[in-house]
Design a protein around this ligand. Structure first.
Ligand code: NAP
Length: 271
C-alpha cells in the first residue's frame, strides 16, 4: 500500500496511455499529495484486479480504456444508469466504504469544445461505431442534433447505435460521399498510428463546418490536415482527452485541475 491517495489507468495495452502525464501534471501543479499510475490489466484479470483495489483505502479509482469499457459495467455500482444510457464506462471511483461507482466522462469531455455552439437540428456525420462513438452519439443526442450520418465498416453496429440514442439518420459505407454536415467527427481508429488512414473527400462540407478528430496519436491527423487545407475549423483529440481527464481528476482527488495551464499541458503531451 502506498499511504498516499492514488488512481490509475487500466487497459490492455496500456503503455501508450497519456493519462499518467495529464494527472501527474495536475497533481504537481496543485501541490497535491497523490499519484497516478498505469496498470496493465488483461480481460482475464479484470475482475480480480477490481476486487483487490476495492479493498485498498488509498486507491481513489481508475480510468478504463480498451478493452474494458464494457466489461467493468458488471463489476461496479451504476447509480447514474450509465449502462442504460451511454453503455460504456471509462471511470471507476471508490467511495470511502469500498463501494465502487462507474461513470463515463468521455461524453462530457467530447462535448466541452463544442459547448458554445448551437447544434440543435444541425446535420452531423460521425465516422465509427465503437466505444468512443457511443459517447459521441450520446452527447450529440443531448445536443438535439438533426440528421446523423454514420460512416462505419460494420453497418449493423452503427444502425444499433442510431436506435439506442434515438437519433434520426442513416448508416453509409466508409467510402460513401459525405453529407453537407455542420460537424464531422471521426470516432473510429482510422488515422491513428498503426491503423489505416481515413480518406474522406471533404468537399461536400459547408465552409463553416467543424471537423473534430478524436484520434490524438498523431495529433495532426490526415483528416485534420485536409480540413485545415480547406479552411475549416478543427478540433483535435487532445481537447477531449484533457476534458474527460479533468472530470475524472476531480472525482479521484477532490479538486478541479488548475486553471489556465492547458497550453502548457498540451505542449507536454505533444513533446
Ligand atoms: P473501438 O471501440 O475499438 O472502435 C473502433 C472503431 O474504428 C469501430 O467503429 C471500428 O469499425 C473502426 N475501425 C477500426 N479499425 C478499422 C479498420 N481497419 N477499417 C475500418 N474501420 C475500422 O475503439 P474506440 O474506443 O471507439 O476508439 C476509437 C478511437 O477514438 C481511437 O483512436 C481512440 O484512441 C480514440 N479515442 C480518443 C479519445 C479522446 O479522449 N480523444 C477517447 C476515446 C477514444 P467496426 O465497428 O466496423 O469494428
Amino acid at each position: 500500500m502506498s499511504n498516499i491517495p492514488y488512481a490509475e489507468v487500466i487497459g490492455d495495452p496500456i503503455a501508450h496511455s497519456k493519462s499518467p502525464l495529464i494527472h501527474g501534471f495536475w497533481l504537481e501543479a496543485l501541490g497535491l499529495a497523490g499519484d497516478y499510475r498505469r496498470a496493465h490489466v488483461t480481460l482475464d484479470a479484470l475482475a480480480a484486479f477490481v476486487a483487490e483495489r476495492r479493498n485498498d483505502p488509498d486507491w481513489r479509482g481508475c480510468n478504463v480504456t480498451i478493452p474494458h469499457k464494457l466489461a467493468v459495467m458488471d463489476l461496479v455500482d451504476d447509480p447514474g444508469n450509465v449502462r442504460g444510457t451511454i453503455g460504456a464506462m471509462n471511470t471507476l471511483v471508490r467511495q470511502k466504504d469500498g463501494t465502487l461507482i462507474g461513470t463515463n466522462t468521455d461524453a462530457a469531455g467530447f462535448y466541452a469544445p463544442l459547448a458554445g455552439l448551437d447544434l440543435e437540428g444541425a446535420p452531423v456525420a460521425v465516422v465509427g461505431a465503437g466505444g468512443a462513438a457511443r459517447a459521441v452519439l450520446f452527447a450529440l443526442a443531448r445536443a438535439k442534433v438533426g440528421h446523423v450520418t454514420i460512416l462505419n465498416r460494420s453497418p449493423l453496429k452503427a444502425m444499433g447505435l442510431l436506435a439506442t440514442f434515438g437519433l434520426r439518420g442513416e448508416v453509409v459505407a466508409l467510402d460513401a460521399q459525405l453529407p453537407p454536415a455542420a460537424l464531422l467527427v471521426n470516432s473510429s481508429s482510422l488515422g491513428m498510428s498503426g491503423h489505416p488512414p481515413l480518406d474522406l473527400d471533404l468537399s461536400p462540407l459547408p465552409d463553416e463546418a467543424i471537423v473534430y478528430d478524436l484520434v490524438y496519436s498523431p495529433l495532426r491527423t490526415g483528416l485534420l490536415q485536409t480540413a485545415e487545407a480547406r479552411g475549416l475549423d478543427t478540433v483535435d483529440g487532445l481537447d477531449m482527452l484533457i476534458g474527460q481527464a479533468a472530470l475524472a481528476f476531480e472525482l479521484f482527488f477532490g479538486s478541479a485541475p488548475p486553471e489556465g495551464r492547458d497550453e502548457e499541458l498540451r505542449a507536454l503531451l505533444m513533446a
